[in-house]
Design a protein around this ligand. Sequence first.
Ligand code: PLP
Length: 384
Amino acid sequence: MTKKYKRTSVVQASISTDKAHKAVIAPIYLSSTFEIDGLEKHLPYEYSRTCNPTRDDLANAITQIEGGIGSCVTSSGMAALTLIIHLLDHGDLIVAPYDCYGRSYRMLCALAEKKHFKLKFIDQYDEKEVERLFRDHSPKMVLIESPSNPVMRIADIKMIARHAKTKGAITVCDNTFLSPILQNPLELGADIVFHSTTKFLNGHSDVVGGCVTTNNQDILTTLEFWANSLGLIGAPFDSYMTLRGMRTLELRVRRAQENAEKIAQMLLEHPKIDNVYYPGLPCHKGHEIATRQQRGYGSMLSFEIKADKSKLSAFVDELKIFRLAQSLGGTESLINHPATMTHVSMGKAARAKAGVSDQLFRLSVGIEHIDDLTLDLNNALNVV
Ligand code: PLP
């Protein structure tokens, strides 16, 4: 499918590509190896760590919808980040947001401690700090996560990429929270966009996966080399499932977003809620940038409950539809307590700096009926 049909490409991903039997849905290729025609007669597919048709179908679908030139599908979002940091040489500086996803934070710190690279955390929401960074340092790579997890800060991707280009740094954006339906970082100047496809792209909470997409041929060649050399690849079955999920990506994202907008407004007006972090609210600090660089505000939000710790468990126990679980982006609504779950490994001081209080809850709003979702939250808030 040509670039012209970018939006439809995800619905039609790998449809009617089967040459053998003209199956409308492309078959899954589980084979680890492929027969070669003869000595030195090589074919595109020979061994599935290097290349696999089903994984390629998924990579092509994500490449199209992100507007890149190629993608590497990995076994998880963390594997995607692992692959990306193999673009760094020993001693290179990588810059990351101080409030990035807790496990990304943990991995970067642990590898920096082992001297794989130099690491600096900055406040990417402050243009002056970004300017200072590029004036005083020459990073090889800048990592952006926007909206940030869990308080939905919005980084100005264009602004950061512009500064990065002045020093030849590679701009990398984690687009997990919005999906390519709502934001395309490559169009905003990033060189690489990556996803935990575990989340919105698969969308059914039954696959762990990741993907890295770029619009730069040199970067793509290096990523492909490391993906193959390190075995940082996604399995064919997982790729098939993710492709299946992706065909309804736009429908899911739009419906969940509609629900999230209503829930954010309801929480904003609720007397037991202190702060609501949703970029779609005009009072959100990043609202103006989000409106400029996104095509919607998504279905992730967080809020603080005005209550001491003892009441928080009662609130969670009372919920019937929102499930207390890690992860996000599935059809079902989930609630997460970052301080004791996703962000526990950050440590108390880093959590405090990132705005992750003990009272903070994060919602991944699903596609259930809005009346049931608001009823569930209201019922549970009654016990606080
Ligand atoms: N990036 C973000 C923003 C995430 O929320 C997550 C997981 O929650 C990841 C990366 C890591 O993805 P995975 O769990 O698929 O390894």
